[in-house]
Design a binder for this molecule. Structure first.
Ligand SMILES: [Zn+2]
Length: 93
């Protein structure tokens, strides 16, 4: 039987085995007896390349626990702008 992930609002993520024909969408948490919802998780990761696997992992992680940006990403230096009309004849990079 395959493992399915469930998320309890109090205890976090845990796994349970269920037959594929009868997978419940919610189960009772094994620790606090709260209602835990089934998570959608990626399957068949061995058949895809690592870049795609990283994208799927980051998408799954951000779906359930969005990351907060704490700093600005690397700043790009703006292109120098000149207003001298003679510079228009110079070759462009
Ligand atoms: Zn719980």
């Amino acid at each position: 039987m395959p493992l399915y992930e469930y998320k309890c609002p109090h205890c976090g993520i845990f796994e349970q085995q269920h037959p594929m024909a009868s997978v419940p969408k919610t189960v009772v948490c094994t620790q606090c007896s709260s209602k835990a919802r089934k998570l959608i998780s990626a399957i068949g990761l061995s058949q895809i390349n690592s870049t795609r696997a990283k994208l799927i992992d980051s998408t799954n992680a951000s779906a359930h626990e969005p990351q907060v940006v704490t700093s600005k990403p690397g700043t790009v230096k703006p292109a120098r702008v000149t207003h001298n009309p003679l510079h228009t004849k110079l070759p462009r990079p």
